[in-house]
Write a protein that binds this ligand. Structure first.
Ligand SMILES: [Zn+2]
Length: 206
């Protein structure tokens, strides 16, 4: 792509780094911004910068939060003995939308993926194992997407907490293999959260 302006080229290059955005789309977005009042671009860049500088992660569940403890962890009505393991905030939002879950979460921040160079130590797994050994948790629910990386991660955690008093379960899936939680419809996901099955059973059936 030949640009008549280096400034335009730089902006297009930055925007095209985003997932799913090719150079053509990036150019369209940048030209759109140029047509809008300057204040809009300023608000966009300032909100992104503010988010990066001030973003906080809940010290208990690692979910993105504006406070030290997120609203869910700080809520005394949520059952802290029940911990649902998810990949990121999108899964928390999807499960919260079902209104069927009254426990807490543990956000891993990804899944174990040797192909992408992501190992157990790159994720929030040590604090989960610590939680499991603390005696405060009675059940850990695996709710990662049922991809190979999801299964590997579940199994790794399962092995790490073997021998503790914690029961491990997995959400019963009406969701087909490979589907991400965020795309599952609320009723199916709500049912899955209520009708969970022992993790060992899920190992035998797969
Ligand atoms: Zn939290």
């Amino acid at each position: 792509m030949d640009f008549s302006s280096k400034l335009l080229e730089n902006a297009v290059n930055e925007v095209s780094q985003l997932p799913g955005i090719g150079k053509r789309t990036a150019l369209r977005l940048v030209l759109h911004l140029l047509k809008q009042p300057e204040s809009q671009t300023l608000r966009l860049s300032q909100s992104l910068q503010k988010m990066r500088e001030e973003i906080n992660f809940c010290k208990n569940c690692h979910n993105i939060s504006d406070t030290t403890l997120c609203e869910i962890c700080a809520n005394p009505n949520r059952d802290e003995s029940l911990v649902c393991v998810v990949e990121d905030i999108r899964d928390v939002m999807a499960i919260e939308n079902t209104s069927q879950y009254r426990g807490q979460y543990h956000v891993l921040g990804g899944k174990i993926s040797p192909m992408d160079g992501v190992g157990p130590m790159d994720l929030n797994i040590p604090t989960l194992v610590e939680k499991a050994k603390s005696g405060k948790v009675s059940e850990i629910i695996f709710a990662l997407s049922s991809t190979m990386e999801g299964d590997t991660t579940n199994f790794y955690i399962f092995k790490q907490i073997e021998g503790t008093q914690v029961t491990t379960t997995t959400i019963a899936r009406g969701i087909s293999v490979g589907d991400e939680l965020e795309y599952a419809d609320e009723i199916t996901l709500g049912r899955s959260i209520l009708h969970r099955i022992p993790f060992e059973t899920s190992l035998k059936s797969s």
